[in-house]
Design a protein around this ligand. Structure first.
Ligand SMILES: *[C@@H]1O[C@H](CO)[C@@H](O)[C@H](O)[C@H]1NC(C)=O
Ligand SMILES: *[C@@H]1O[C@H](CO)[C@@H](O)[C@H](O)[C@H]1NC(C)=O
Ligand SMILES: *[C@@H]1O[C@H](CO)[C@@H](O)[C@H](O)[C@H]1NC(C)=O
Ligand SMILES: *[C@@H]1O[C@H](CO)[C@@H](O)[C@H](O)[C@H]1NC(C)=O
Ligand SMILES: *[C@@H]1O[C@H](CO)[C@@H](O)[C@H](O)[C@H]1NC(C)=O
Ligand SMILES: *[C@@H]1O[C@H](CO)[C@@H](O)[C@H](O)[C@H]1NC(C)=O
Length: 457
């Protein structure tokens, strides 16, 4: 852990970390008596801490209310589950100042809408897996999750639509996304009163594929189909974003990063540190078609990748690879600049991988809108090259390497940046799910509960 990080933690979570440090100091043998005294205080304050936090946070759930939504048995096991995990998880996350008392209710849908898809391991790991990751993090977040829908500000509808992997090319077939979501909404709106009372405006969905809420991988088809009528009032967490008007983001939305497994990043960094030797100047691995097909008037990557390949394939500064390789993260961590050109959609998982592995992202996707701009200052940690300038990449990157590269790297290696782009199963302060909650918090005026409370006053 870096010193600054530790400092931050101790400041924010006084109780726990300070006690840890005292315990650590006290271990020195020459401080025998002193140590015993501290040990006693430690024991006493820990007990007091857990006791009070238990009583403060475990509001008794009125049985009459919960009876409608679950059996007594599940209530009892929930309370057990809650209190066990509260003691272990909660101290790390408590931040009532940031989020006031933001409350999310997660619909408990039948498993065919979510859990069943996890039988395929890829479902929780591929680039669209934020639909799974956000659900998991919310399930585990005892500060923000509520089991009582009457006190919820937002309603999370957990439907995994990206896990029907094609047997032909292995890519997710999202053809069933609309019908699956529609049927989930039918279920929720006929069994609970919360959808109808707000027309879904306080309900939250994840649309983590190419054109987000339009549910199609090709822009023209996505635009033709548009955002389904039944989602138009809701809040969509989506990876697709551009800084101009586009029918696939014409809905209340939160721009989220694509999913990259934090474990894979951790493993890669264990073998090669962020600040280690970088012997590759410019890296790109991915589809670069030599003769891209004209697909109803469009070319893959608007032919940007073809141009990169054509112009730089023999250039010693460029390490360009066109084939899949499972160990590609070890190449990113060896590289100074990582190209992030558009594919069919402007965004790419490379954005997150480059940042997390400390390789300066070179974004080539005109008009792209990037996630969490209030915490990630993209202009300071990346380079943007216009699509039409791709032929001058070599020159542009040489210039940066000779001038402000180390300033960019210094900004990029700030751990808060990496943290903000990764989803953890157990939410951490400042991580991607945390940023989603911050964005939702800024939309609290869509909460039916809050609005009606204001009216009643
Ligand atoms: C509480 O969370 C931990 C992960 O930190 C998990 O392994 C454990 O199963 C949870 N506790 C219960 C009672 O399920
Ligand atoms: C999954 O996709 C295939 C086409 O690749 C389709 O035939 C099938 O109906 C889909 N499965 C579900 C459950 O929607
Ligand atoms: C919500 O509205 C729909 C359509 O009007 C209706 O079918 C459904 O029963 C309503 N739900 C509840 C819980 O009243
Ligand atoms: C691509 O195909 C469309 C028809 O689908 C055609 O109008 C257009 O001229 C073609 N573009 C090029 C550059 O060949
Ligand atoms: C670095 O220099 C390039 C121009 O060479 C400029 O576009 C970029 O904004 C600079 N970045 C930082 C963080 O100074
Ligand atoms: C909520 O506030 C934002 C500005 O903060 C505004 O643009 C939006 O229209 C408001 N929404 C509602 C439902 O009042």
């Amino acid at each position: 852990m870096m010193a600054s990080e530790l400092q931050k933690l101790t400041k924010k979570n006084r109780g726990f970390y300070v006690k840890m440090r005292i315990l650590h100091k006290g271990r020195q043998p020459e401080k025998g008596l002193f140590f015993k005294y501290y040990q006693w205080i430690l024991w006493f304050s820990l007990t007091l801490y857990f006791l009070t936090s238990f009583f403060i946070t475990n509001k008794p759930i009125p049985l009459s209310k919960t009876h409608v939504f679950g059996s007594r048995f599940s209530l009892a096991s929930r309370v057990l589950f809650e209190s066990v995990n509260k003691t272990s998880q909660q101290p790390k996350l408590k931040n009532p100042v940031t989020f006031k008392d933001l409350k999310i209710y997660i619909y408990d849908l039948p498993s065919e809408y979510n859990e069943n898809w996890l039988s395929n391991k890829r479902c929780s790991n591929h680039l669209f897996a934020s639909e799974v990751a956000i659900h998991r993090a919310l399930l585990n977040s005892y500060d923000f999750r509520t089991f009582d829908p009457n006190e919820a500000d937002f309603f999370f509808v957990p439907v995994y639509v990206s896990c029907n992997f094609s047997t032909v090319n292995g890519f997710p077939d999202i053809g069933h996304a609309r019908s699956l979501l529609f049927s989930a909404i039918q279920l929720v709106s006929s069994n609970y009163p919360f959808w109808n009372r707000s027309q879904g405006s306080d309900h939250v969905f994840v649309a983590s594929h190419d054109y987000g809420a339009c549910f199609h991988a090709m822009e023209d088809r996505a635009v033709d189909n548009g955002i389904p009528e039944f989602l138009k009032n809701s809040i969509i967490l989506q990876t697709f974003g551009v800084n101009y008007k586009h029918p696939c983001q014409d809905v209340e939305n939160v721009l989220i990063p694509p999913y990259i497994s934090p474990e894979s990043i951790k493993k890669t960094l264990e073998k090669a540190p962020l600040t280690g030797n970088r012997d590759i100047m410019v890296f790109f691995r991915g589809k670069m078609e030599v003769h891209p097909k004209n697909v109803s008037g469009k070319f893959y990557s608007k032919r940007v990748r073809t141009e990169i390949w054509r112009r730089y394939k023999g250039d010693k500064r460029f390490y360009l690879q066109r084939h899949r390789f499972a160990g590609y993260q070890s190449e990113i961590v060896r590289s100074v600049f990582c190209l992030c050109p558009l594919g069919w959609a402007p965004w790419s998982p490379r954005l997150v991988e480059s940042v997390a592995l400390g390789c300066v992202p070179v974004i080539i996707a005109d008009g792209i809108r990037l996630p969490f701009r209030s915490v990630v200052n993209w202009a300071e940690i990346s380079l943007t090259v216009a699509e039409r300038d791709v032929g001058r990449l070599g020159h542009i990157l040489e210039h940066v390497a000779a001038t402000n590269l180390s300033a960019i790297q210094k900004n990029l290696w700030d751990p808060t940046v990496k943290r903000a782009l990764l989803f953890n199963d157990h939410m951490q302060e400042g991580d991607a799910t945390w940023q989603v909650l911050t964005s939702l918090y800024n939309k609290l005026n869509r909460s039916y509960r809050r609005r009606s409370r204001v009216w009643n006053q």
